[in-house]
Every structure is written in structure tokens, then in C-alpha cells.
Design a protein around this ligand. Structure first.
Ligand code: SAM
Length: 264
């Protein structure tokens, strides 16, 4: 590995296990989609991806930009690889999409902003597949199903916007340098590009899960007149003692529409 000190503030844990790299490449979706990588780091995953796909990689760390530039001179000159020196969240704020055209996001993500990145990718209308290494605990939240204690707004949003969501495999700390304190997982999401959700629906979910172990009814009782809320629960056949993780994604969607209409 290059003589470079990993920066904690950028969530730098470089993947050093070639078996894991190969498994990510094998999981790469078939088809002609462009690839976007977030955080190429020292370029080990990038080197494997660019063999198969044209791609853009967003990297925030100035010290890595020079290294990547000389390592991938040929690929950059031939336009197969574009390296963008930018915080990816700023890029999303400025451009709304990370690529003009259908793309797949494939990355070993910086864990400190992984949840945020996945939510942005789910909202990005051009992003079709998401294959990302993240903290196992977070991957489990995105794939959790109703009645599982981990089922939360992340699982609901993922279910409403995808046709497939699963953990492909787990990766132990020793596969990285430096080794993180947690086990990692490679998460796979296939989006339904016809679906989207509103900011207001996300706010509604935030209220529903404001106290995740308390009753759902109590969490949202300030949003709408109590009598109307009781009526909505009866119409949707939801018991008033139900906890937030015990309601399915599609019921949340229906409940939101009724609450919105009931407020008007
Ligand atoms: N892809 C490399 C690998 O697998 O070894 C590095 C992965 S490391 C976990 C995360 C990478 O994301 C680092 O290169 C880090 O500098 C970069 N990064 C952190 N925050 C970022 C941000 N806001 N925008 C773009 N890149 C970021």
C-alpha cells in the first residue's frame, strides 16, 4: 500500500482483501449502465471496475487525487474514467444526479455518511442499482422487513423504492487497513425507477418512528385531530397498541395519504 496515512475524518478504511474485491466485481449488474464510485481511495476497487465499465469516481481527499491521477493516467486520457475532486453530497446538491444517464453505484462507502449516501442514491432518478459496502448494522436496517425490531424508516423507504434488497455477504474487519471496529456487509438494492417518495412522506415517517418502541398512535397524535386518527386506524385495521415496526411499508403509504387528506 502507498505510504499514506488513512484519515479517520474521511472514513478511510482501505479494502486489502482481493477475494472481497472479486466478489464485488462478480456482483456487478449485467447490462450497459455507466458506473459511479464514491470514494475511490487508493483505487483498488476502481482498477477492477474500470476494466469492465466507463465510470466516474468522486473523491473528497485532496491527497488522494494526485495518486489517482498518476495511477489511472491512461484510463483518464481515454475517457473511460473521470475523477471528480468533490464531496459527493455537495455534488448531489449542485447537480441532483451523479451522472446524466442510467448508472449503477458501486462503492466501499465512508461509513460516517453511508446512510445519507444511500438515501440520496435512492432518490437519484438515474441510479438503478446500488452495491455498497457499509456497516452490517446499517445494511440490516435497509433490508429489514415488517415486525423485525430493526424495521424503521430506512427499511420502509428501501421497500417502497426497490424491487429487490438484500445483503450479499459479510466482510470481517481484517479485510481492511486500518481495520474498522465493526463487521461490514455488501448491500444490494435494485431500484424501481418508476417510483419516488416526497419529502413530506419522509417527515411523516420521522414522526412515526420518533419514539420507536412506543405506540405508533402516540408518536403521530400531534399531527392530526385524534378522532380522525382513530378512524384512520380502524379503516386500515391497525390496532391502537401497534408499535411503529409492526406496520408494513404499503400500510405506511396508505396511512400517509389518509393523514394528509384528513389534515386538509
Ligand atoms: N474505495 C477505497 C477502498 O475500497 O479501499 C476506499 C474506501 S474508504 C472506506 C472511503 C473513501 O471515501 C475514502 O477514499 C474517503 O476519502 C472517501 N470519502 C469520504 N468522504 C467523502 C465524501 N464526502 N465524498 C467523496 N468521497 C469521500
Amino acid at each position: 500500500m502507498e505510504n499514506i496515512k488513512a484519515k479517520k475524518k474521511y472514513g478511510q478504511n482501505f479494502l486489502i482483501d482481493s477475494t472481497v474485491l472479486n466478489r464485488i466485481i462478480q456482483a456487478m449488474p449485467k447490462g450497459d449502465n455507466y458506473v459511479v464510485e464514491i470514494g475511490p481511495g487508493l483505487g483498488d476497487l476502481t482498477k477492477n471496475l474500470v476494466k469492465y465499465k466507463d465510470m466516474t469516481a468522486y473523491e473528497v481527499d485532496t491527497d488522494l487525487i494526485g495518486i489517482l491521477g498518476s495511477k489511472f493516467e491512461e484510463e483518464i486520457v481515454s475517457n473511460r474514467l473521470k475523477i471528480v475532486h468533490k464531496d459527493v453530497l455537495t455534488a448531489w446538491d449542485e447537480q441532483k444526479t451523479l451522472h446524466e444517464g442510467k448508472y449503477d453505484l458501486i462503492a466501499n462507502l465512508p461509513y460516517y455518511i453511508a446512510t445519507n449516501i444511500i438515501l440520496r442514491a435512492l432518490e437519484d432518478a438515474n441510479c438503478e442499482h446500488i452495491i455498497v459496502m457499509i456497516q452490517k448494522e446499517v445494511a440490516e436496517k435497509f433490508t429489514a422487513k415488517v415486525n423485525n425490531k430493526e424495521f424503521s424508516s430506512l427499511g420502509i423507504i428501501a421497500q417502497l423504492l426497490t424491487t429487490d434488497s438484500k445483503i450479499l455477504f459479510d466482510v470481517p474487519p481484517e479485510s481492511f487497513n486500518p481495520a474498522p471496529k465493526v463487521v461490514s456487509s455488501v448491500l444490494y438494492l435494485k431500484k424501481d425507477l418508476t417510483k419516488s417518495i416526497s419529502k413530506d412522506f419522509k417527515k411523516f415517517l420521522k414522526a412515526c418512528f420518533s419514539q420507536p418502541r412506543k405506540k405508533l398512535l402516540k408518536n403521530i397524535s400531534s399531527l392530526i385531530d385524534k378522532e380522525i386518527l382513530h378512524k384512520i386506524f380502524i379503516e386500515l385495521n391497525i390496532d391502537e397498541n401497534t408499535r411503529p415496526h409492526e406496520v408494513s411499508a404499503s400500510l405506511y403509504s396508505q396511512m400517509y395519504t389518509k393523514v394528509k387528506n384528513g389534515r386538509n
